[in-house]
Design a protein around this ligand. Structure first.
Ligand code: CA
Length: 419
């Protein structure tokens, strides 16, 4: 096959500190002619797994256009393939065998590398939950009484999760400000972002079983940056008493490359103290209870508006899995759950415009002099992140980006635009 662009002389001869070096190896899906192939990113190239790994024990799963079958194979297969890749990529004598399967990332068309089975969004940042509580319920306690007893979440809409780079059409719906005597209908005027980390789950479980915190480690395949676009005005009117619905379900964006958990071993950090002590089913061994030292950067039209830290989130991702299965709900390979908006304690560490501009009372000023409380049509939001890798190197998570397009003027318009 013909690579998309000519390769340089030694595409696999990477410096040890390359953010997409051998220590990282995130998974994606690339267009190759008319087909979609799974791939792993190495440096500025994508290694086509459908062809490069055709003689490995995982070849059948890797011949599919999405990761779900490979996810179902479980952690031994995940570490097996990773070891095979690291051996091959670390041995210059084997580079010649791999190079025919490399494609320059620049110019590649990427696809979502998994069929998202079920999608759950959690709410694990105490700072974010407190900020939202203070804004939405100024007369009550900022944290709801259940918040420190269970990882709060809701089931979202998996079919509207889109790959980074997909345009986001401004949603239309009902809203009712305090000053409105009746609800009004129209395009959202409080369109927002939520900077989150998405976790990809592998290994299905039977209905009626549950997964402990310790067992959950073996179901965590990897992470990608996640932007849970949110229409605050639709959300505020609809969410009582059953929670988020149309204010969230129109679109969420996922980074194109899934960073394996195995690449983030050096990024693990202890959780904050959990007080009160969680119920026993939310407890696990020390190694299964962790946060991640991962720092995001949120850009709005190129201006950095926030640097939210993931470290400090209250609940471990393993506790989130234990909680979402404690009632007997099964896991499916390809399940995705998100952390909830990541907000740190400083004003410039908040993960949503709702918090950054404090519901419109403190608008942000961008580098071009314009101001924002919420998103305008044409705005582009890009979230990137870095985390520590082995030996002091840095891992760069693939960006998640999206541009806001105007609301469609009629339902007929929506049909024709989508067909
Ligand atoms: Ca969210």
């Amino acid at each position: 096959m013909t690579p998309t662009q000519p390769l340089n002389d030694a595409p696999l001869d990477l410096p040890d500190d390359h953010p997409y070096g051998r220590h990282h190896l995130p998974y994606g899906a690339i267009k190759v002619g008319q087909e979609v192939h799974l791939a792993v990113r190495i440096g500025d190239h994508a290694l086509d797994l459908a062809t490069a790994a055709a003689d490995t024990p995982w070849a059948v799963a890797l011949s599919e256009p999405q990761l779900n079958s490979f996810l179902e194979l479980g952690p031994q297969a995940w570490s097996g393939l990773r070891g095979w890749l690291q051996d091959a990529l670390g041995n210059p004598a084997r580079w010649g065998e791999l190079e025919p399967h490399l494609h320059a990332v620049e110019g590649l068309t990427l696809r979502l590398p998994l069929h998202v089975a079920d999608y759950v969004d959690f709410y694990a940042s105490e700072v974010h939950a407190s900020n939202v509580g203070a804004i939405f319920r100024p007369d009550g306690n900022a944290l709801t009484p259940n918040w420190k007893h269970l990882p709060i979440g809701y089931h979202g809409r998996s079919s509207t999760i889109v790959i980074s780079g997909t345009d986001i059409v401004r949603p239309v719906g009902q809203r009712k400000a305090k000053s409105d005597p009746q609800p009004v209908f129209g395009p959202s005027i409080k369109l927002d972002i939520e900077a989150e980390l998405g976790f990809v789950v592998g290994g299905s479980t039977p209905l009626g079983s549950r997964v402990s915190v310790d067992e959950a480690v073996d179901h965590l395949f990897g992470v990608a940056l996640f932007n849970d676009w949110s229409a605050r005005d639709i959300q505020a009117w609809e969410y009582v008493p059953l929670g988020p619905f149309l204010g969230k379900s129109f679109a969420s964006s996922l980074g194109a490359w899934i960073t394996p958990m195995a690449a983030l071993v050096d990024a693990r950090v202890p959780l904050p103290a959990q007080d009160p002590e969680p119920l026993p089913y939310l407890q696990g061994s020390t190694g299964a209870m962790f946060g991640l030292d991962l720092t995001m950067e949120v850009r709005l039209n190129g201006t950095v508006i926030s640097r939210p830290p993931y470290a400090g989130l209250y609940w471990s991702p393993t506790q989130m899995i234990a909680h979402l299965t404690v009632n007997g709900a099964s896991l499916s390979s390809g399940d995705l759950f998100a952390s909830g908006t990541t907000s740190g304690p400083e004003p410039d560490q908040r993960g949503s415009l709702l918090e950054l501009a404090w519901d419109g009372t403190e608008p942000l000023t961008l580098d071009d002099g314009s101001t924002r409380s919420f998103l305008e049509d044409g705005d582009t939001v890009t979230i990137t992140a870095t985390a520590p890798g082995p030996g002091g190197v840095t891992i760069a998570l693939a960006e998640v980006s999206g541009t806001i397009r105007p609301a469609l003027s009629s339902p007929q318009g929506a049909v024709s635009a989508g067909s």
